[in-house]
Design a protein around this ligand. Sequence first.
Ligand code: ATP
Ligand code: MG
Length: 704
Amino acid sequence: MSSSLLSGLNPEQYAAVTLPAVPALILAGAGSGKTRVLTTRIAWLLSTGQASQHGILAVTFTNKAAKEMLTRIAAQLPVNARSLWVGTFHGLCNRLLRMHWRDAGLPETFQILDSADQLSAIKRLLKALNIDDEKYPPRELANFINGNKEEGRRPHEVECWDDYTRQLKALYEEYERQCRREGVVDFAELLLRSYELLRDNAALRGHYQARFRYMLVDEFQDTNRLQYKWLKLLAGGGAAVFAVGDDDQSIYAFRGANVGNMRDFETDFKVDTLIRLEQNYRSQGNILDAANALIAHNRGRLGKNLWTDQAAGEPIRVFEAASDFEEAQFIVDEVRQLHREGQNLSDMALLYRSNAQSRVLEHALFQSGLPYRVYGGLRFFERQEIKHALAYLRLMANPEDDNALLRVINFPARGIGNRTLEILGETARGGGSSIWLAACSGGAGRSSAAVGKFVQLIEGMRAQMAGLNLTELVQLAIEQSGLIEHYRNDKEGQERLENLEQLVSAAARFIQDNEDSVTAFLTQASLEAGEHEAAPGQDALQLMTVHAAKGLEFHAVFLTGVEEGLFPHDNSLSSNEAVEEERRLAYVAITRARQRLYISLAQSRMLHGQTRFSIASRFLSEIPEDLLKWLNRGYAPAAMPTRKIEKTAPEHGLRVGANVEHPKFGHGVVVDYDGTGKSANVQVNFGAVGVKWLALDYARLTLI
Ligand code: ATP
Ligand code: MG
């Protein structure tokens, strides 16, 4: 069996797959077979009897990738998917904490707060403490808390140099108290808690260190500090850690991921086996050339020379639309054409830098009737009605879950207003209890009748739970809560009703594939946030952010919105490191394509209710012209000079790409500038009015 497993690998891949039990780093470019090597190594270790299913732990970056990995292994060998520890960091940590909840100091049915839940928990906390949320914006506090947790720091370990940080630290502490009281755990906590569990519990640590003799990590360049420490701890008994990564695809620095981990890994684990894979098997020549040329603009790379023996293939198609609507229409037409030629929709992807861009694309797809699936953004499990239904389910499992309670205590409306909630909140805090207990003890003051009814409703639902399976429980939750009736009476509610029905189907399917457990189902819902929202098995076009496309590949890729300010993103323009991260992101996007790559941009698009003009991204000008085929070159270069894109803004602040308003010519976008001080000139494209050079001192331009 093992020989067929290994056939087709090139010599470096072969060497990597069949390495003995030593720590190793596989440093390799996009599409060079890193994931394939990692999966094949697992199959090889199992089939040659060197490792048992029990002894392997593999980490990937997304749930989708983890599933894919299990499928690939199962295709090669009979495996019991449950005994193999394959998953994301969050998934594996969750698994550990579920098994050892008592040792970890958690309630047995602890619930997971996704990022939106966390934000509302923080808002609630600030309100309770009477703290001005303009001075301490909830999102900033969330970043502070998550950032510290990802560095492994509890509140008492946070160093403070000023009053503001001292206050943030105090709030972090309060937030932890609230989470503990409510028995909830946020994403970063999953990791930190399981790290501490292993660190502080020698018996458990010893057990798992002895168990996982082989640890394999995909997308190693994007592990953050705490994930790295977690791995190091678990591998402390001498496990053979097999890490694969690509520094050019590090795209989570903003979230604390650290390419430095790759260098540390070599020293900390005394790695002397470093294998480079340089042959790309995914993309045709032109696509690979474009990617290589682009990434060459970054400094400080570890350096790789990626090549392919595939033909050059088709040129990269560039389409420059007048508006985002036209861009979307162009894509719909091309997708239709490719589909007619026999290409599966699911083998085509639409990629965008920011989630907000998907709306226009989705709208065009919706109108065209092309089936599509969105990864990221508002996924199935993030939709309002689904979150409401899950909140009822959570309350049935644990009525002291304050987040869930607050979400639905007055949804559907039952006359419980904010004032009542404040009173309940105060009673709860006064007695150090959950809001549920406050509600049960009549702590709602004069509005206690409405609250009493809610308590009865939940009690009633809980009383019926015995003997029901998960599907029946979901059914019970959506019917008796009044959600179904509510949406039935809502003119716009049809789609929501369908989603609720889908939730029942999701539960039924969950029981088939997993266990019949509400907690497990809720956990999966939080972790996956709906990665299988569209009808399973249906051929559908794939829409996702570039971040979500990591590790995937498609026959055709449409990279959209390739404009200054969008990609690279506005937020990154002031720092060279940030632009380099954007460039790596563009590199990831381009290297997803096997045969056909489209790059599109729009001269104007609606953003926040305003029309905004843009010019082509600097990244487009970094790709050699001879690899590109402009589909509508006619009006491209004159209106959209791409030559002068400065790294930092000029002193007057009107950088290329900036949107300006002129009293007479109206709205325009800066395309060039020269001179300084009194003799500074800027060139502005005013769309219909044309492109004009203006003396800045006289022009009365305002930046918008
Ligand atoms: P990424 O950096 O994007 O994650 P990767 O290095 O993990 O890419 P894979 O996804 O493992 O690359 O492989 C890319 C493609 O090349 C896959 O379709 C894979 O099946 C194919 N491939 C890898 N190695 C070989 C090989 N030796 N022969 C033929 N095809 C291969
Ligand atoms: Mg991969």
